[in-house]
Write a protein that binds this ligand. Structure first.
Ligand code: CUA
Length: 366
């Protein structure tokens, strides 16, 4: 199973790293215009839907999609009008050997017209944007989007870090990384924070993008109305691994979500196999515990890295850079700098024996 969404057009910007295109610019433009053509192209469970602003799965995203179409319709109208006029004028006033063109000095009515008309279009787009911002930013109940029976809003704190996402569901005692599960139909209040530099959280099917700024807590409200796995990405350049801050949101039934929540809130089980037991000892001995906590087993000195309590339950490693398999985990442990250059995890000096033990331990953390 590929970790990246598969797309019939290999030129899609989000698969560019895996499916190089000979015409990346054309591909990017085409994808931006007809992003929805890729929808569900991956098929198969666990493959995220390709991010698209015109494939909404929440009321806010639907409002943004309608606005996107409206703006494109206005642009198409202006483009067609200008082009048609240009072609007509070029034909109507084409050079003729027998006639000198008449000289014209100014036309006040025309000049006022071509100044005021575009200004009105821009003003209309501005006022519509303002209206849209107020509706999209409001809590779902105020926007009339919440289903009363869905329960109170789910509070999630999302923290952008270099280069991964931390998710805290504090009322439920859950801290996890890179993969967020959400219940279908329940309003979500996503509080956005940053630890180091500015990031931006963006899952186009669920909401607009919003910056995560150190020292400031921004908020996104949305109500997921379609089940599925949604892909997103960091939308603010934040360093050399900016492209590898993939977001994975799993929207599932309230029952499935509850199961996930309870599983994530449980402390880690003690290691079972002898190799995994050795792995747990190594985890502290070789210094992993300096940054990574494993609830109930290992306390981190400083929680600078992702909480690994249920690492094996996540689909990817390194915020989407690798599919989460034992082989890839071992590859990461051997040299994280080789997989994701510049990330905060230093190059390790582990023997292959140690890598095997740590892999055995971490893959037991379901
Ligand atoms: Cu984080 Cu770009």
């Amino acid at each position: 199973m590929a970790i990246l969404p598969r797309c019939p057009r290999p030129s899609h910007p989000l698969v560019g790293l895996r499916c190089p295109s000979r015409r990346p610019l054309l591909g990017a433009v085409a994808s931006a215009l007809v992003g929805s053509a890729c929808q569900g192209a991956g098929g198969g469970p666990g493959v995220p839907r390709l991010p698209s602003v015109v494939d909404p799965a929440s009321p806010n995203a639907a409002a943004l999609a309608s606005f996107t179409w409206l703006l494109h319709a206005i642009m198409a109208l202006v483009f067609t009008g200008v082009l048609a006029t240009l072609l007509y004028v070029a034909w109507r006033f084409r050079a003729r050997p027998d006639r000198e063109p008449r000289l014209i000095f100014g036309n006040t009515r025309l000049e006022i017209g071509w100044t005021v008309a575009p200004a009105l279009v821009v003003l209309a787009a501005f006022l519509l944007s303002l209206y849209l911002i107020t509706t999209v930013d409001a809590p779902p109940s105020a926007a009339g989007a919440a289903t009363e029976s869905a329960g109170p809003p789910l509070n999630v704190v999302a923290i952008g870090r270099q280069w991964w996402w931390e998710y805290q569901l504090l009322e439920h005692g859950v801290v996890t990384a890179n993969e967020l599960h959400l219940p279908l139909g329940r309003p979500v209040r996503l509080e956005l924070r940053a630890d180091d530099v500015i990031h931006a959280w963006w899952v186009p099917q669920l909401s607009g993008k919003r910056d995560m700024i150190p020292g400031i807590a921004n908020v996104l409200w949305f109500t997921p109305l379609q089940a599925g796995v949604f892909g997103g990405a960091c939308a603010e350049f934040c360093g050399i691994q900016h492209a590898w801050m993939r977001i994975r949101v799993v929207v599932e039934s309230p029952q499935e979500f509850q199961t996930w929540l309870e599983q994530q809130a449980r402390p880690a089980a003690p290691p079972r196999s002898p190799e995994a037991q050795r792995g747990e000892q190594l985890f502290t001995a070789v210094g992993c515990a300096a940054c990574h906590a494993i609830n109930g087993r290992v306390q981190a000195t400083a929680e600078a890295g992702p909480n690994l309590t249920h690492l094996a339950s996540r689909a990817t490693l390194g915020a989407g850079v690798l599919e989460n398999t034992p082989e890839n985990l071992a590859r990461w442990l051997r040299n994280p700098q080789d997989v994701k250059p510049g990330n905060s995890m230093p190059a390790t000096a582990l023997t292959s024996d140690q890598v095997a033990a740590l892999t055995a331990y971490l893959t037991e953390l379901r």
